[in-house]
Design a protein around this ligand. Structure first.
Ligand code: SAH
Ligand code: F3S
Length: 433
């Protein structure tokens, strides 16, 4: 009987890919097979996120639950960003945890498994050229890392302390991964990094000059790749060359994530984001002008230390001017190891909650008007998922998620769909070609 692995993945797309890498390594080296039932697992992994405080608190109660339900002799490993920043503290607080593996030490999974109480969280460990074995959660879409770590020092963000300095993965490796994925039938490639459009600033060995725009060209030249998505680009590095390639290249999906964080230039400065409100508006306007059907999503933090009513009004003003198709909004959460943790001028939590609800209510009105416009429109949908309710689900090039009555035969195919019903979360449609 093969050994069973249960893995819970929290946080961002990079964690999803790290989990895939661990699954692949454990399968190839140790013969583990995935299970979705933690009770029958021989190994339980939690791949954690530490970007905000709440999930970190929840982690320990969750580990307690796993410890109670796990079968006799099963191991528990804690991986990811919380592993990086808490390290051996995790084993102190939860002594039944067998090992701790940091977000930058994914390739050591087979090793820590055999060293009880191992803590591997080396922050300058270089995995950029490690040839991971292959595993993909979806046969239709392939996540590919293009860099590890992050060189920015946004004052609210713990990621540079958990994932370390930024190193780009050699372009040849990325193209080879894209080729492999396309040959196995994945039409969509999803390029991942904390700051993708900073790609190519530093490799661990000389790789010649390749920036993100050039990388996009190379990946789009791979036969069989029909759609390219990426996350996350940084608004500061959205130069004209990048926006023009985005507009011009038909394989690049017309969906852009532009993490604003705040609309106030003063707060952006305190966050060390490197751009102003005007720069952001200028880039978004250029994008909308060059790509009329583009969908723009963003991340917003409200109640960053020192945020006044006027600062918040600036954020609302950007929402009004850009009309984002989607926003991910958070109340500022002070994080250890970050510069902003020491900032004295905290915003009253109640004011923070109020601002968040004002912002989200306004965004809902924008969303409702987008959705109303969608009704009756035709979009190209790539079907990736068969649902138990007899529908197939997928996304349009510009990120509209659509469900259609249909069967397996459509999976992995792109079809033209007419939108017949809309809601805030999902649209229903009919295949017309
Ligand atoms: N560059 C990364 C950003 C990682 S963090 C990426 O590729 O996604 C994801 C989002 O979490 C950030 O854009 C920010 O909006 C939010 N975030 C990060 N630190 C935070 C904090 N201390 N409090 C609240 N939200 C935070
Ligand atoms: Fe965090 Fe800023 Fe990097 S949000 S991941 S430090 S770009």
């Amino acid at each position: 009987m093969s050994k069973k692995l249960f893995i819970e993945t929290l946080g961002c797309a990079m964690n999803v890919r790290d989990s895939e890498h661990m699954i692949a390594e454990l399968n190839a080296q140790e013969g583990y097979e995935l299970t979705d039932n933690a009770q029958e697992a021989d190994l339980i992994l939690v791949n954690t996120c530490s970007v905000r405080e709440k999930p970190v608190h929840k982690l320990f109660s969750e580990l307690g639950v796993f410890n109670k339900l796990k079968k006799e002799g099963a191991k528990i490993g804690v991986c990811g960003c919380t592993a990086s920043h808490l390290g051996k503290e995790i084993i102190k607080r939860a002594p039944y945890v067998n090992f701790v593996l940091g977000a930058r030490n994914v390739s050591k999974i087979g090793d820590v498994l055999h060293r009880d109480k191992a803590v591997e969280i080396e922050i300058d460990y270089d995995e950029s050229q490690f040839a991971f074995k292959d595993f993909r959660t979806s046969p239709y879409k392939a996540y590919i890392n293009i860099s590890i770590g992050c060189d920015k020092q946004c004052t609210f963000c713990i990621v540079p302390k958990t994932r370390g300095d930024e190193i780009s993965i050699p372009a040849d490796l990325i193209v080879a991964e894209a080729r492999k994925a396309a040959m196995s039938g994945a039409k969509e490639i999803f390029l991942l990094g904390q700051n993708v459009n900073n790609y190519g600033r530093r490799f661990s060995e000389d790789q010649g000059k390749v920036n993100f725009t050039e990388l996009l060209r190379r990946v789009s030249a791979v036969e069989g790749v029909e759609r390219i998505r990426f996350t996350s680009p940084h608004p500061l590095h959205m130069d004209d060359e990048f926006i023009e390639e985005f507009a011009r290249n038909p394989k690049i999906c017309k969906s852009m994530h532009m993490p604003l964080q705040s609309g106030s230039s003063a707060i952006l400065k305190a966050m060390k984001r490197g751009y102003t409100k005007e720069w952001f508006l200028n880039r978004a306007a250029k994008l909308r002008e060059m790509v009329p059907d583009v969908s723009i999503s963003t991340d917003i933090i409200v109640a960053f230390p020192g945020e006044s009513d006027e600062d918040f009004a600036d954020t609302m003003d950007v929402l009004r001017q850009v009309r984002f198709e989607q926003i991910f909004s958070f109340k500022y959460s002070p994080r250890p190891l970050t510069e902003a943790e020491g900032f004295a001028n905290a915003v009253d939590p109640e004011i923070g909650s109020h601002r968040l609800s004002v912002l989200q209510a306004y965004q809902d009105t924008i969303l409702d008007s987008f959705k109303a416009e969608l009704l009756g429109k035709e979009v190209e949908v790539y079907f990736e998922e068969l649902r138990s309710d007899g529908t197939i689900a997928g996304r349009s090039d510009n990120n509209v998620s659509v469900k259609v009555k249909g069967s397996e035969e459509w999976l992995g195919k792109i079809a033209r769909v007419k939108i017949t019903e809309v809601s805030r979360l999902v649209q229903y449609g009919e295949i017309i070609a």
